[in-house]
Design a protein around this ligand. Structure first.
Ligand code: WT7
Length: 650
């Protein structure tokens, strides 16, 4: 493991790159701009995290205030006990009347069409759907609803309507296959599915309802599918209700009921090291406190900002920084349904120019794609409205950071590199733009109230520049509460490697100034274009194909995607001559069908054997090196077969 933790050239990169102190022009206007008082808040928050969170929680509306800030029965954490809150109320009603005519969302489609929703509009649409859910669908607090939708305002409306009546939503990214959708619906026992007939991406029409119909044939818990018809020719199948018809006669007012602070707001399935994706459970009160305060501080959010987080609501970034964080702060957000480079490579810059976006939050993989497309595209548009840039999802390489800073931010805009996870609910490590000196490639320092550390194999704090495991020492409000139906796995995954510490699964080091440099996963989770996948999931999909005997999947460093997927496969008929080309295609399509096209392997290597230990465990370390075209390093004496692999060529 140590080679994994100390590898990489981050130390050298760090020494080569400059530091960027906060600029005077930005700092003068920033919410938090007094370094000394910020340092005091930060230091106090490290000693007394609860005090920090307690104070921040007061900026939300509580139907009833909590009596106990935090209860910790390791590994189960509860926050704001006794508090009663409604997340939807905090995102909508609280802003009426003073922000009633303020835009909540500006939606843009790939074809350039635009729809705008004020806070009043959003409140009314959410109320209509919430009323219909209660009176027509008989849904109640404690039920679960699946959402399988494109990035359109109705998806957000469905989320807020669920939150409003205490129904936990489980959003499945609309690129996942019918099998993946079915597994998630079954695990969460969803009673209804919200969907649209079609979605649009890169000039293609996505047949979403086909996937939903295929998935729900094996989902007995589902009583109704609520179908938003974007194409007037779509007809309804049994058990489907037309969205429009369901909501149109409903009252445009709805009184939000308070729920317990710990009431589950949503489940979100994400990949782990083993088994099927796990249902991460998030709370109401603690989650909203975390997302709300980080949105305000990390993005220096102001009343007049036009904020654009490019994530899809199918991922945690969409939950926290498209919906709950911005709306709880009364922000105006842009959402865009479509490919970021479609129909032309300047699409994102065109949208920024058109809607005068001031804050852009996107992923390194997208930044690298924009970089590759060429500087002429951002240069065609006015980007002077931008004042802050953000990055999330994977380590940002300093080259991409510098390009983003110069070509997009024109040297004016701070870049906030934000480290967090589906499990953490909100940003845990990131700069505070008015006070933090930035270093390209570093997520800088923990947010106030977050007690992070880097430890070695024995669980002791690492020295400066020594590689180790990133851990969190103290629970925080937006922390996952458990894994749905699997508290054992929750314990095992996050709380068993080091006693009393939350194990993130990431490797990192800290420099002499206490800056965190995150290197990426140390487990069998891979990060492809900012999307998290388990190598085991892809292996299971591969071995479910009749022609596959064994499979081992690894990530290979990829300039554009961060990592690409390489599969080593032992075919069943390995003794016969096989057409590797056509089998490769067949297996790629099979994985895309089983999981979704985001899991489609980039390369499949056919072999007669796989390197295994005496106990039969696949030695992934060697496969990783092989896939990356590196010399095989390290100790091979535990290998059963010194030949490692034996390629099959056709
Ligand atoms: C994993 C979590 C957080 C929302 C999107 C991904 C990696 C995330 C950074 C960053 C370095 C990062 C980590 C983490 N990651 N942000 N700024 N720098 N690595 O959420 O799908 O749960 O993935 O993404 O490896 O563990 P996720």
């Amino acid at each position: 493991m140590t080679d994994k933790l100390n590898s990489g050239s981050i130390e050298t990169i760090m020494k080569e790159t400059r530091a960027f102190p906060p600029s005077k022009s930005f700092t003068d206007q920033a919410h938090i701009n007094d370094s000394d008082s910020y340092q005091k808040i930060w230091k106090d928050s490290q000693k007394h995290p609860e005090k920090f969170w307690e104070k921040e929680a007061l900026s939300l509306y509580w139907h009833e205030k909590w009596h106990t800030t935090h209860e910790w029965k390791e590994p189960f954490s509860k926050w704001f006990l006794g508090g009663k809150i409604n997340v939807s109320y905090n995102c909508l009603d609280r802003h009426l009347p003073e922000r009633k005519d303020k835009l909540a969302f500006i939606w843009e489609g790939e074809d350039g069409s635009v729809r705008k929703f004020t806070y009043q509009d959003l409140y009314e649409e959410v109320s209509q759907l919430a009323n219909a859910m209660e009176t027509e669908l008989h849904l109640k607090a404690g039920d679960t609803a699946a959402i399988y939708m494109p990035l359109i305002p109705e998806a957000v409306i469905a989320m807020l309507a669920c939150a409003r009546i205490g129904v936990a939503h489980s959003i499945v990214f609309a690129g996942f296959s019918a099998t993946s959708l079915k597994d998630r619906i079954q695990d969460a026992e969803c009673k209804v599915v919200f969907t649209a007939d079609i979605g649009f991406r890169r000039g293609q029409v996505l047949d979403l309802i086909k996937t939903v119909r295929e998935a729900t044939t094996e989902c007995p818990s589902v009583v109704k599918t609520i179908l938003l018809r974007r194409d007037s020719l779509t007809t309804l199948a049994p058990k489907e209700i037309d969205w429009e018809k369901l909501t149109t006669k409903q009252s445009r007012q709805h009184t939000a009921q308070p729920f317990d602070s710990e009431h589950p707001l949503f489940y979100l399935y994400t990949s782990g090291t083993t088994g099927k994706p796990k249902g991460i459970v998030h709370s109401s009160g603690g989650y909203l406190v975390g997302t709300s305060v980080t949105t305000k501080w990390v993005f220096d959010l102001k009343e007049e900002d036009i904020y654009w987080c490019t994530a899809d609501i199918g991922w945690i970034t969409g939950h926290s920084y498209v919906v709950y964080g911005p709306l709880s702060n009364g922000a105006t957000s842009v959402i865009y349904e479509g490919g970021p480079l479609h129909p032309h490579p300047g699409r994102v810059w065109e949208i920024i120019d058109k809607h005068q976006v001031t804050i852009l939050y996107t992923a390194p993989t997208a930044i690298r794609a924009f970089m590759r497309a060429g500087d002429e595209y951002p240069q065609k548009y006015r980007l002077n409205s931008l004042r802050l840039l953000g990055s999330v999802g994977e380590p940002i390489n300093p080259e991409a950071w510098i390009w983003y800073h110069q070509q997009i931010g024109k040297g004016r805009c701070p870049i906030v590199d934000t480290w967090w996870q589906t499990e953490t609910g909100s940003i845990l490590i990131a700069p505070i733009p008015g006070v933090t000196t930035l270093k390209p490639g570093s997520a800088t320092k923990p947010f106030p109230g977050i007690v992070a550390d880097i430890v070695n194999e024995e669980g002791h704090s690492c020295a400066a520049n020594e590689g180790g495991y990133l851990i969190i020492r103290h629970p925080w409000p937006s922390m996952l509460r458990t894994i749905h139906k699997n508290p054992e796995r929750f314990k095992e995954q996050y709380w068993s490697k080091f006693k009393g510490m939350y194990f993130t699964g990431d490797g990192a080091h800290r420099d002499e100034e206490g800056y965190f440099w995150i290197k990426g996963r140390v487990d069998d989770v891979i990060n492809v274009s900012g999307h998290r996948l388990g190598t085991m999931e892809i292996e299971s999909a591969l071995v479910s194909h009749p022609r596959v005997a064994e499979a081992a999947v690894v990530g290979r460093p990829d300039e554009l995607k961060g990592q690409s997927i390489v599969a080593f496969v032992i075919p069943r008929d390995s003794k016969e001559k096989i057409n590797t080309q056509s089998l490769q295609q067949e297996l790629k399509t099979h994985v895309a069908k089983e999981i979704g096209s985001l899991a489609r392997p980039d390369e499949i290597i056919f072999t007669k054997i796989l390197p295994k230990t005496r106990s039969g465990k696949i030695m992934r370390r060697f496969l990783k090196d092989l896939a990356a075209g590196k010399e095989i390093s390290g100790d091979t004496t535990t290998l059963e077969n010194p030949g490692l692999i034996e390629l099959i060529k056709s």
